[in-house]
Design a protein. Sequence first.
Length: 248
Amino acid sequence: MRTRTIVLILTTAIALGVLTGWFVLPDRSASATPSLAPGATASSTGLRSSTPKPVGGAVTDRNLLTAAEFGKVGFSARIYTRDRVGDGRYANAACAGEKTLGETLGGPGAHFRGLVTSEKTDDTDPTLAVNIKDQVAREVVADAESPALARNFAQRLVLEEAACQTEPVGHWVYGPTHTIDVAPGISASWLGSYAGDLNTTGSAPRGRESCGGIAVLRSGSHYGVLEVDACLDTAAMTRLVRTAVTRL
């Protein structure tokens, strides 16, 4: 008798709930994503937002790519990491011309990171491999002290590299500019590199994969240039550049 009464009560409650819209089944996902108390924030409770935030202030080694990131995009050789802080040349001597960040943007306090497959590096700049074939990548990152200035620097750097999209037949050339928007204030532009034997029209060949390339990075007041000498295709470059600008 008691069992029948309990069943009748539950059945009636469910029916009333359906009719009134007040009966709510428990959310199975509720335990996976804890709710925040009124006035609490993700940072105050130890929860992290999945959306990157623009950064600023002094650049540290943690703002630069690691050797492990290249393994994630398929580069299997052992990579040595070499760092230094100061000024120095970047980019390509045979197109836009090698310049220092000081000459281009007026700031000497940059972090340089060379990723190489040999321990033999330049005596005057340890981020450069003695043999260019041993250079996997090189990243140069600095703080412009304001997001507006970093945006201006990044735009100028992209325009400088875009000049290499048109070159005489037989000369290496950059392909179209790819843009990656991670979040407001965090973006990157990269151009794939094509060897001279693929340049038969004065520009990058259509329908062919690029082989490495160069990227311009910006996050808040930080900006940088990432040169990738390793022969990475479009998918690998896109993933690597996104990682680089998110770390920036």
